[in-house]
Design a protein around this ligand. Structure first.
Ligand code: UDP
Length: 222
């Protein structure tokens, strides 16, 4: 059978900060979304400055991702996209618990599945949750939606000569410390041969491009 798109199933990672309105288009490939929570609460930084123990802070951070997930669900459904939220720990009055086979079934039925509460464990990030869920549901790629155009060879906010990189290897990300994702997330992708596309969510049309596998942002693989 003809493969209309480069990707058949994708895992879109939307950070808390990148959560903002955008143009929406019809989406044909199957899409699962992992939402971040950094716009509301980040466990590590809070624990660092308040003396709150890290695990408690991280549970608050995970709850923040649930808020974003419910918000995203309501927004997507208001424009006619059917969704299901699944949480990594039980909040059964609010959302379904994460059940891998059920998530896959939703995707097959054309629903967008929104994964909330990260991995359900403190000391992890939602980028790691994205890599993990991607591997679990056999999605082909992690599409990391951010506020920058992709991966640069230096920090573009500090260095005006910073260049946007079209492709980078996993090893370059780790050895050149390109601060794309945390180490746990990037190595999980590498070990499972999951490519990562880093792109700017704020540019209209970018989500659609990334989802159908058109060239956008930076491609991390091999
Ligand atoms: N978090 C966690 N375990 C996870 C995922 C997230 O403890 O598996 C907590 C952690 O405190 C983190 C917060 O949730 O700071 C928000 O997630 P993240 O910082 O990854 O959000 P993003 O940067 O994508 O907005």
């Amino acid at each position: 059978s003809k493969k209309p798109y480069r990707w058949q199933r994708v895992l879109l990672k939307v950070s808390g900060e990148a959560l903002a309105g955008d143009h929406t288009e019809n989406i044909d490939p199957k899409v699962a979304i992992v939402v971040g929570g950094g716009n509301i609460f980040r466990g590590a930084s809070w624990a660092g400055c308040s003396g709150l123990d890290r695990s408690s802070a991280d549970y608050i951070g995970m709850l923040a991702t649930v808020m974003n997930a419910i918000f995203l669900q309501a927004t997507m459904e208001s424009i006619g996209i059917p969704t299901r939220v699944q949480t990594a720990f039980r909040m059964s009055e609010v959302a379904e618990p994460y059940i891998r086979r059920r998530a896959v079934r939703h995707l097959e039925k054309g629903r967008v599945v929104i994964f909330a509460a990260g991995t359900g464990n403190p000391f992890f990030t939602t980028d790691t949750a994205a890599a993990l869920r991607c591997a679990e549901i056999n999605a082909e790629v992690v599409l990391k939606a951010t506020n920058v155009d992709g991966v640069y060879d230096a920090d573009p906010r500090q260095n005006p000569n910073a260049r946007l990189l079209e492709t980078v290897s996993y090893n370059e990300v780790t050895t050149r410390d390109l601060s794309v994702m945390d180490m746990t997330a990037i190595t999980l992708c590498q070990e499972n041969n999951i490519p990562v596309v880093v792109f700017n969510l704020q540019k209209p049309g970018n989500i659609a491009k990334a989802i159908v596998g058109e060239k956008v942002g930076t491609f991390i693989g091999c």
